[in-house]
Design a protein around this ligand. Sequence first.
Ligand code: TXA
Ligand code: MG
Length: 306
Amino acid sequence: MKIDLFEAKERLLKGDVVAIPTETVYGLAASIHQPHAIQKIFLLKGRPQDNPLIVHIASVNQALDLMLSIPEDFHELAERFWPGPLTLVVPAKIDRVPNVVRASLPTVALRFPSHPLAQELLKLTGPLVAPSANLSGRPSSTLPHHVEQDFGSSFPVLDGGASSSGLESTILIEKNGWVMGRKGAIPQEELMDWLIEDSATVSSRPLCPGQYYRHYSPLAKLTTSSTYDGTPPVVLGFIERSYPGANEVIELGSLNHPEQIGASLYDKLRLLDRRNIPAAWVDLNFPKEGLLATIAERLYKSCQEC
Ligand code: TXA
Ligand code: MG
């Protein structure tokens, strides 16, 4: 059910959960001051409690209010990439950011979205926690009707149109220097000036708790192997390639335009289920560079067997 900005504000301030648009994906939002609504997000999504939530803010000052200390280069990163699809994990003021938001970690993930409607809303409500607006493990939502598919047609959605990037924010974590927590809408190559060189060796375990869990999977069984032998008969592939033996190719777009692939990736994954397609082969044979590295990671994780 689509609602307007005023109703979204009213509902959030009285402790409801509302789906909101961002430039990456839709979020399932609650006010940081409404613990019951925050709990409801975990229940609605079926999200494990040990997976913390991103706090969305509409100014650097709002971010500073929630931070215990300011890591080196924080201001530089904020100036360069905010508002936009970069999430920064920093030391939290634990009395300002409830435990349930942080999953009891001493840090908080902060994101300043560039979507104009998200910004207008955040100015009216103050900080909002919001995970992606999908059932846990399923593809994220980039359109209002995706949210309704997962949470029902009467679920309130602030309609901001299609999310332009279609891939979640890139997450950087401060660990005596910045390291990648999650690939995302800003390619790693654009962040090299800020990342410490040995990012990969900082930890062999995922740095974002959410990275432990299955993600982005449609009900369709997705497979990937280096060569395609005609089974299953449906292929998720690219415009410039041919797939001998396939009955149907669902085109993800052109490898020359990764931003277009990103924008409709989750819609294509959701399409498989809307059409009751039981299985598909995913073409992962492309260079994992720039945004294509993020797209490859999402597709890889969406293969249930991987
Ligand atoms: O683009 C996005 O980031 C979207 C939109 C709605 O803003 N949000 C999103 O939220 O992708 P979610 O909950 O689907 O993914 C957030 C990720 C999870 O992997 C979680 O574990 C990680 O961020 N995270 C949150 N707080 C963290 C923290 N304090 N330390 C490490 N990882 C954290
Ligand atoms: Mg998510």
